[in-house]
Design a protein around this ligand. Sequence first.
Ligand SMILES: Nc1nc2c(ncn2[C@@H]2O[C@H](COP(=O)(O)OP(=O)(O)OP(=O)(O)O)[C@@H](O)[C@H]2O)c(=O)[nH]1
Ligand SMILES: [Mg+2]
Length: 503
Amino acid sequence: MSRAAGKASLVYRPIRNLVVAEFIEEIRLAARALAEFGVHLFNPTIRLGVTGLSRAGKTVFITALVHGLVRGGRFPVFEALATGRIARAYLAPQADDAVSRFDYENHINALVDKRSWPTSTRQISELRLVIEYQSLSGYQHTLTLDIVDYPGEWLLDLPLLTKTYEIWASESLRLSRQRPRADLAKDWHAHLATLDPEGMEDEQQALTAARLFTEYLRACRDNNYAISLLPPGRFLMPGDLANTPALTFTPLELSTEGPPPAGSLWAMMRRRYESYRSVVVRPFFRDHFARLDRQIVLVDTLAAINAGPDALLDLEQELGQVLDCFQTGRKTILSALLRPRIDRILLAATKADHLHHTSHDRLETILKHLTQRATAQAELAGAQVDVVALAAIRATREAMVRRGRQELPCVLGVPIAGETIAGEIFDGETEAAIFPGDLPDDPTDLLRSDNRFHGSVTFPQNADFRFLRVRPPVLEFTEKGVPALPHIRLDRALQFLIGDRLV
Ligand SMILES: Nc1nc2c(ncn2[C@@H]2O[C@H](COP(=O)(O)OP(=O)(O)OP(=O)(O)O)[C@@H](O)[C@H]2O)c(=O)[nH]1
Ligand SMILES: [Mg+2]
């Protein structure tokens, strides 16, 4: 399919599914896009979405990026800063009054003053940064960068917008019967077998089924099986919606296609699924997702590698779904005409500082391999996609450590107080040498069920060090004597995400 044909089909495809409520929604979306278009004409703005599943490294990434821009970090590959064209970058009041402000000051204090990682964040938050720069032709300009931090779990709810309850229920059940999830779904499946979808609706049955379903989702997440394949994402991060009917439903085993009998358990579940879509998913799409220009998706690829081939296959599917969301990102005809959809997507394998630099390119290759099909699709839809292995904050240094006759490429870091390796409990002050092992040259090695990388780290005492959490580093000084946070390839990420808008 040609590029132009791909675009046209993406714009028109959703129209077929429109119902009146969605049509009104589309008009609202288009009206806002029009208003923003006018504002951005005079005040160039990029809305950068930063997402990833929980603990992927979103907060650390944004904090390091902002610190580097505001204080002038060591970013040789970020051309505008490296060549001195950025006069200054500063924080400004954010535009959206109803969204929490990203708590930059507290996060940076934790990282720099206490050398501890920021606490987990569960909500969407935003931060506005204004960059004053000189264009390549010598004129002074301003670029406003709105950074939006949102949980990847929310993003992965977007496919629900195009699925009926019945389709979602049958897909979720099919997935839950596959290895390795089937074991975790046992209690929930047993309860479902006792329910009659066409029988009378019953709140207690709904509560128990939703609880068991949520426990199953949680078990999948805790075991590193891609939770993203299992929306609704808000079940595990309910916030204000905890215990509401909008979060008290579950897939049911249905033997017919519907419609459900009035007053039945099935009708009740279907109604609540609809509420979830209108209370949770649509507002997220309308108020946040549809307004993004650029996107970085942070992926804790190392965690999946360490969890083994099943988790990697899950991750592959999960990333395919993520990229699908971006393809259909800007759905409305008007908004698609007025503003481009997300036109750059960066997939980033985070925490690369857990590896020796000899493995950084391999980590990138692995993520590229996992996303190659999905990337080709997104590119067809007009988005530019890149992949990088990075550490927003490099918490380790490298050294060769002699072990008997062998010299091993190690990383050195200060394990967080209480971390243990082979019975040794760290005090949070002592540095340790960690041999992280090598990633294979060929990514397909990792997907084989006999992959030997999993658990193959052997130094010392056969302990697995890849998950040893180390404390954030002390600040380094740049050539200009400016204190900066060390990083790996954060500048490359910035160049891809905003470099073209600073020329
Ligand atoms: N070594 C290293 N660890 C990192 C880096 N980025 C994140 N981490 C680790 O990953 C943890 C999670 O990072 P966050 O930035 O809080 O992740 P998040 O995606 O915002 O997580 P939630 O707010 O819980 O969704 C941190 O506490 C660190 O232990 C990095 O660049 N290097
Ligand atoms: Mg966070």
